[in-house]
Design a binder for this molecule. Structure first.
Ligand code: SF4
Length: 237
C-alpha cells in the first residue's frame, strides 16, 4: 500500500483543507490544500517548520502516514476541482504523489505543486501537474547555495511553460540574486513573481510597496501573502 506522509492540523486531522490560494500566480482562487511533511532545506524564516524541524517539533504529533486512496477521498470530499500540494517539500514524495496527481488530473482537477526547485520532476508528475510554483531560495534563507541551488532541477523546471518562479524578498538587494537566477536559467519575466518575506501583517504591509516597485522596474509579477493579511500566521488557512 502506497502511503503519503501528510502534515497534521493541531486537531490531529491530516492537513487537507479548503481555503483560498494565498500567494503566487493563482492568488485568491478557492482551492483544496494538501500539506505534505518533510523538507530537504532548512530556511531560517520557514513558516511551516512543523513539517520538518524535528528538534523543535514531534514527528509523531505532526505527521500521519495515509494511504494515497484515503488522501484522494478526503480531497474529493470538498467538491472542488482545484488542488494545491504544498509542504514542506512535496517533491520528496513525488513517487507516491504521481498516481494521485494522475488520477485527479483524469477527474478534471487543476493541480498546483509548490516546490523549492531542488528535486527535478518525474515525467509522470510533469504530465499530471497543471501548474508548478517553484520557489528557489536565496541567501536570505540561511541555507548554503550547494543545497538550495540544484542546477539540473532548476533547468528542468525552467523548461516547463507552466512553471512560475516565485522569489521571497526580504531586502531590496535580494532582487539581484533573483535576477541572476532568472538570467542563468532563462526564465521569462512574465513567469517570475516577487513576494515579500514575512509572517506578520505589518511586515507584509511594510515590504509590499517596495517589492511591488521592484516588480514594476523589472517587468515581474507581484504577489502579496494574502492569507497573512487576512488571517495572520494561522495554520489551516
Ligand atoms: S523550502 Fe519551504 S518548507 Fe522547506 S524549509 Fe524552506 S520555506 Fe520551509
Amino acid at each position: 500500500m502506497t502511503t503519503l506522509r501528510v502534515s497534521r492540523q493541531p486537531s490531529g486531522e491530516p492537513e487537507i483543507f479548503h481555503s483560498l490560494q494565498g500567494e503566487g500566480a493563482s492568488i485568491g482562487v478557492p482551492t483544496v490544500f494538501l500539506r505534505l511533511a518533510q523538507c530537504n532545506l532548512t530556511c531560517s524564516w520557514c513558516d511551516t517548520k512543523y513539517t520538518w524541524d524535528w528538534k523543535n517539533f514531534s514527528f509523531d504529533d505532526e505527521v500521519t502516514a495515509l494511504p494515497v486512496e484515503d488522501v484522494e477521498k478526503r480531497i474529493l470530499s470538498f467538491d472542488r476541482r482545484h488542488l494545491v500540494i504544498t509542504g514542506g517539500e512535496p517533491m520528496m514524495q513525488q513517487r507516491a504523489l504521481a498516481p494521485l496527481v494522475s488520477s485527479l488530473c483524469d477527474r478534471g482537477f487543476y493541480c498546483e505543486v509548490e516546490t523549492n526547485g531542488t528535486l527535478a520532476p518525474s515525467p509522470e508528475m510533469v504530465r499530471g501537474v497543471s501548474q508548478w510554483n517553484v520557489s528557489p531560495k536565496l541567501s536570505n534563507s540561511g541555507v548554503d547555495i550547494a543545497r538550495r541551488e540544484v542546477p539540473g532541477a532548476l533547468r528542468a523546471y525552467s523548461s516547463l511553460e507552466n512553471a512560475y518562479f516565485k522569489f521571497v524578498i526580504a531586502e531590496p538587494q535580494d532582487v539581484d540574486e533573483a535576477l541572476d537566477i532568472v538570467g542563468r536559467y532563462a526564465v521569462a519575466p512574465d513567469r517570475v513573481i516577487l513576494m515579500p518575506e514575512g509572517t506578520e501583517r505589518r511586515v507584509i504591509e511594510e515590504r509590499g510597496p517596495w517589492v511591488a516597485g521592484l516588480c514594476a522596474e523589472h517587468g515581474f509579477r507581484f504577489s502579496t501573502r494574502m492569507h497573512i493579511l487576512l488571517w495572520g500566521d494561522k495554520r489551516g488557512r
